[in-house]
Design a protein around this ligand. Structure first.
Ligand SMILES: Cc1cc2nc3c(=O)[nH]c(=O)nc-3n(C[C@H](O)[C@H](O)[C@H](O)COP(=O)(O)OP(=O)(O)OC[C@H]3O[C@@H](n4cnc5c(N)ncnc54)[C@H](O)[C@@H]3O)c2cc1C
Length: 405
């Protein structure tokens, strides 16, 4: 396993649970890069029935996380409101209600008055339609990958922080070993779950990975009177903004039109996500774009308690990239998190373990397999532009249907 973030840690746990001997290589401290900086939101109604089933499975596993792993996880089933400010987005909501209902995810339209009863800070103006999905949830992001690491260790996995994978031994049958500064680990299977570095790791395996590390940020305010954990998550589709309760204050994050894209190969080996340059003006611009729905962020007395960001990886179609790495027998990848990997990692880790051990996962992952890009790899400029567009229209991906958290 290369990487101890949400993807790598979940896969390590699910493999160890099946009796596999697993070593988790981590170039830095355990689970300390993008995963602990996430917002921790989940949403279950996704762009397709298969992705919706994956997200449903993930939420069921998040709810049962402590029972299953014995590790702590702050889990809040706050429910979620989704706000359309245009007729086009109201039509998207209608499709989401139909898809959710067909899949058994509770979701329906509610009035602005009903929404304001659940979320009293919501402004009335500019809302065309909104939905309420009571079973959506949020978790404390730092606890999830660490919990999976610790649970995997209890099942016999070896955790190796401060130990980068620096290269691979390949023979005619495929992967044969993983090189580290502490020696080579002999193995016939390697899983690239290296987050912002996944493309670099895949390149060392001889495979091209069409993902672009893209900065994503959020802020958390100091506590605000009247704001509590019973507040639901709220998302504004066209503005690509989310708001939720955190520590007595409000969390705000979102997807700007021109995000910072980075290439891991240009980062120094010692780079830590804490060194990532942040820009809070991006968040204030997003807050201004929803001032009619969230006037509270225009209050000059509001204080920021925390501003954080990380480097999720984007794909051109805003979908995960999970499965066998084409052309390298024994090499697997979990990447392309598209800013929604943390919440789905329980189901994806379980599914990739089945895929590796049983030859196929019990959930249908064809839509997110690397095979979908076979022969279709764009050049670097086009890749960046298409990933930028996927990020900038995140809540309206594809045919107008929301992709991820
Ligand atoms: C501000 C923000 C908000 C977000 N909100 C949400 C949300 O609400 N819901 C949601 O589901 N997701 C959210 N995300 C996305 C989520 O954080 C990611 O999808 C998830 O963390 C991806 O996990 P990962 O394991 O791929 O990456 P990481 O956590 O970065 O883990 C990858 C690990 O691989 C290690 N590594 C790299 N190269 C090597 C090597 N050569 N050898 C050994 N180890 C290596 C790295 O050091 C790192 O620890 C958010 C992200 C951000 C930044």
């Amino acid at each position: 396993m290369i990487g101890s973030g949400a993807f790598g840690a979940s896969a390590a746990y699910h493999l160890a649970r099946r009796g596999v001997r697993v070593a988790v290589l981590e170039r830095a401290a355990l689970a300390a890069q993008t995963s602990p900086r996430a917002a921790g939101l989940s949403s279950q109604v996704r762009a397709t029935p298969a992705l919706t089933r994956l997200a449903q499975r993930a939420v069921a596993k998040l709810a049962a996380f402590t029972d299953e792993t014995g590790q702590p996880l702050r889990f809040t089933q706050s429910g979620a409101l989704k706000i359309a400010r245009t007729e086009r987005d109201a039509e998207q909501l209608a499709r989401e209600v139909a898809r959710g209902t067909a899949a058994g995810v509770p979701i329906d339209f509610v009035s602005v008055e009903e929404a304001r009863r659940r979320l009293p800070i919501l402004g009335e103006r500019g809302i065309v339609a909104l939905t309420w999905s009571p079973t959506d949830c949020n978790v404390e992001p730092s606890e999830l990958p660490l919990g999976y690491c610790r649970a995997a260790e209890k099942l016999g996995a070896v955790l190796l922080p401060q130990t980068p994978a620096t290269g691979f031994d390949l023979d005619a049958r495929g992967v044969e070993g993983v090189r580290t500064p502490r020696g080579t680990i002999r193995t016939r299977a390697v899983l690239d779950a290296a987050g912002a570095w996944a493309r670099l790791v895949a390149g060392r395996l001889g495979a091209a990975l069409p993902v672009v590390p893209t900065r994503h940020q959020l802020l958390i305010t100091e506590p605000i009177a009247g704001v509590g954990p019973e507040f639901p998550i709220a998302r504004v589709i066209d503005a690509n903004v989310y708001v939720r309760h955190e520590r007595g204050g409000l969390m705000l994050g979102g997807y700007e039109a021109d995000p910072l894209q980075l290439e891991a190969a240009t980062l120094p080996p010692s780079f830590d996500m804490a060194d990532l340059p942040l820009d809070i003006e991006v968040l204030w611009r997003l807050a201004r774009s929803v001032r009619e729905q969230f006037p509270i962020f225009q209050d000059p007395t509001i204080r920021v308690a925390e501003h954080r960001g990380g480097l999720p990886t984007l794909t051109t179609d805003d979908r995960y990239l999970v499965g066998p790495l084409p052309g390298v027998a024994g090499a697997w990848v979990m990447s392309g998190c598209c800013v929604g990997g943390l919440s789905v990692s329980p189901a994806l880790g379980e599914a990739i373990a089945e895929w590796i051990l049983d030859g196929r996962p019990s959930l249908d992952l064809a839509e997110i397999s690397p095979a979908r890009f076979a022969g279709l790899l764009p050049d670097e400029i086009e890749l960046r532009e298409r990933c930028r567009r996927a990020y900038a229209t995140h809540y309206r991906a594809g045919a107008g249907d929301s992709a991820t958290p």
